[in-house]
Design a protein around this ligand. Structure first.
Ligand code: HXC
Length: 261
């Protein structure tokens, strides 16, 4: 599919990269871009060979500097509501992909940008990353899920502080809060992300998908039901050729060659 505001590419077998590509406005998310993010995520979801999706922003200055303020400026209440729901739908498509989705963040990652990153499974940051939810400085609330996903990631009190002050944090503080998993020099972070994606792509693809779904689905369940789900998935793993290959390879002291079946 052709896109105007994002670039979708398979950087190597099974490793897809989605780049928000509006560098002149620091990759600000307008309606068209939100729709394209959802459509591109769905396109990756349709590829049975997909193993990992990396999500990033073009240029060195920003991942995404937020929702597009020029588009939002004249919104009515109803238009604001619909804009928010449009993003929620696109981000859910991304979040519910069966494969891992990693945000690769350099520079500004603000408002809708941080909300987009948090719809990914985890974040890798370049040292220049500056993250925050500055919506209250513009007289609005978060609208793309930040008030819900940020507390789930870093706890209520710190999320509350960041959302209510609009304070920006740097990569080091984001690392300490557990908002980003690792920090790398800006010029290395994409290579590190691809290396991590390669590692994941070499694992049992069915096991990776099942394990992701356990973490995602288990979060909304009580511990007994969540553990029951894990037992089912573990049992299911033994119906795959990948399990036989993985364990045979271990015992033969050779690398496993998984086929994803
Ligand atoms: C539209 C934006 C933008 C945005 C930057 N630009 N952020 N356009 N929406 N969110 C544009 C600028 O207008 C400018 O365009 C160009 O990008 C470069 O930005 P500058 O401000 O000149 O760069 P700089 O001085 O380096 O400052 C960078 C910045 C600042 C600190 C990131 O741009 C900034 O504060 N941006 C807004 C950040 C923000 O508040 N985001 C949250 C938005 S609300 P021109 O044409 O002048 O060159 C949000 C809500 C989500 O995300 C939920 C909605 C439902």
């Amino acid at each position: 599919m052709a896109y105007d505001n994002v670039v979708l590419e398979e950087v190597e077998a099974g490793i897809w990269r989605l780049t928000v590509n509006r560098p002149k406005s620091l990759n600000a998310l307008n309606s068209a871009t939100l729709d394209e993010i959802g459509a591109a995520a769905a396109e990756v979801g349709r590829d049975p060979g997909a193993r990992v999706l990396l999500l990033t922003g073009s240029g060195e200055k920003a991942f995404v500097a937020g929702a597009d303020i020029s588009e939002m400026q004249a919104f009515t209440a109803d238009e604001g509501h619909r804009f928010s729901m449009r993003a929620m739908a696109a981000f859910r498509t991304l979040e519910t992909l069966p494969i891992p989705v990693i945000a690769v963040v350099r520079g500004y990652c603000l408002g809708g940008g941080l909300e987009l990153a948090m719809a990914c499974d985890w974040l890798l940051a370049g040292a220049s990353a500056a993250l925050g939810q500055p919506e209250v400085t513009l007289g609005v609330t978060p609208g793309f899920g930040g008030s819900q996903r940020l507390p789930r990631r870093i706890g209520t009190a710190m999320a509350m502080e960041l959302i209510l002050t609009g304070r920006r944090i740097d990569a080091t503080e984001a690392l300490r809060l557990g908002l980003v998993n690792h920090v790398h020099p800006d010029d290395r972070v994409m290579d590190e992300a691809i290396a991590m994606a390669r590692d994941i792509a070499a694992r049992g693809p069915i096991a990776v998908r099942l394990a992701k779904s356990l973490v995602v689905r288990g979060q909304d369940l009580d511990l007994d039901n969540a553990c029951a789900l894990e037992s089912q998935a573990f049992g299911l793993s033994f119906s795959t050729e990948d399990q036989k290959e993985g364990m045979a390879a271990f015992l033969a002291r050779r690398p496993a060659a998984f086929k994803g079946r």
